[in-house]
Design a protein around this ligand. Structure first.
Ligand code: ADP
Ligand code: MG
Length: 364
């Protein structure tokens, strides 16, 4: 299958008076897996449908494989959906229960009057890719939810698209199955080796399956980066909050103490926090974000030169996979998540510390 790049430039989509997408620009490299992540209503589906040709943008430009498929400037271009070489997988994957697995996947090819020999070859390939090769003759109604979702996937790439578009394909599945399908999807993406754009509001899904993530809010892009960048170097409070749980620490910038590329803030309680500033540094009064899992708790003072502070365990909440500690620190409470089994007790005097790499100065 050929892989195509995608370029979206200054995309605007209106529905009457509602501006769903307000000037969005990003690119997807050939073979890359990009995810649009954000809360409901932020414009993810609209952006995806504009790429697919199912929604006519108000302004902007979209290129697939270098060739414009939409452009609002002259000469205006709007290539119809069926000629863009894309396939889309939706949340409601609506397979036909009265048909066999094979016929479900073959349907689109037969509608397009492909020769039956080609249909057979392509459907077999597609079913093998989703590991349903053995189940071709089975009635689709006799499949589990996860298997039905795989039929829907096979149906999407049986056309050998150059790009696959996914719109929350797992959100109808229960949590356990969703976690399994996430891993399967990642494996499938690797086997197919084609460009994909994936839409979800589910953070874990986005972190697990993406090469890069575009975080959206209210029709605009808040940040673009690798999963690790989005998680550990959020640009602003929105990304810090939406992408997992973070402590936000307010303080005053102490540029007089800064060296070695680190920034320093002083909290109102007097603590000095060393960190990094990935984005444009803000003013005098600033906010720093530290993920709850990046803070460390120890009984003995660690031998690191900075970002070690005395603290006291106020509350311990056992959560199974981790324990959440509420820690009195600098006149406020910090949340710390620890996976280690050795429990600290409420009331314990401890040291809380943080690697400056994980203390991130926010832009707003
Ligand atoms: P998401 O997929 O991120 O949940 P959408 O792209 O579906 O968001 O929607 C973005 C905004 O556009 C929302 O405010 C939504 O209500 C509005 N919207 C989406 N589709 C339509 C439509 N067909 N008509 C009018 N408004 C729409
Ligand atoms: Mg949507």
């Amino acid at each position: 299958m050929a892989r195509a790049s995608i370029e979206v430039r200054d995309l605007v989509v209106r529905y009457g008076s509602v501006v769903a997408v307000r000037g969005v620009t990003f690119t997807v490299a050939a073979g890359e897996h990009l995810t649009l992540l954000g809360p409901s209503g932020c414009g993810k589906t609209t952006t995806l449908r504009a790429i697919a040709g199912l929604e006519k943008p108000t302004a902007g430009e979209i290129r697939i494989g270098g060739a414009p498929v939409f452009s609002s400037s002259s000469p205006a271009v709007n290539i119809p959906a069926e000629r863009r070489g894309l396939s889309m997988v939706f949340q409601s994957y609506a397979i036909w229960p009265h048909m066999s697995v094979f016929d479900n996947v073959a349907y689109g090819l037969r509608v397009r009057k492909r020769p039956e020999a080609e249909v057979t070859t392509r459907v077999r390939e597609a079913l093998d890719l989703v590991q349903l090769g053995e189940l071709g003759t089975r009635s689709a109604s006799k499949l589990s939810g996860g298997q039905q979702q795989r039929v829907a996937l096979a149906r999407a790439f049986v056309f050998s698209p150059s790009v696959l578009l996914f719109d929350e394909p797992l959100s109808n599945l229960d949590a356990k199955l969703r976690a399994e399908m996430r891993v399967e999807l990642k494996e499938l993406q690797r086997r197919l080796d084609i460009t994909s754009v994936y839409v979800t509001h589910d953070l874990e899904e986005a972190l697990a399956i993406s090469d890069r993530i575009v975080v959206m809010r209210d029709g605009v892009i808040e940040q673009i980066g690798s999963p690790a960048e989005i998680y550990d170097r959020p640009r602003n409070t929105f990304v810090a909050d939406f992408v997992g749980s973070a402590n936000l620490i307010r303080g005053r910038r102490r540029t007089d103490l800064e060296r070695d590329g680190l920034v320093v803030i002083q909290t109102h309680g007097g603590a000095l926090v060393h960190g990094t500033a990935p984005g444009r540094a803000a003013g005098d009064e600033v906010l720093m974000a530290i993920r709850t899992v990046r803070l460390r708790l120890e009984r003995a003072r660690p031998a690191t030169p900075f970002n070690v502070w005395p603290a006291r365990i106020r509350q311990r909440v056992f959560q199974g996979d981790f324990t959440q500690y509420h820690v009195d620190w600098d006149g406020r409470v910090l949340i710390v998540r620890v996976a280690a089994p050795d429990p600290l007790a409420e009331g314990d005097e401890v040291f809380v510390s943080a690697d400056p790499r994980y203390c991130v100065l926010l832009e707003e």
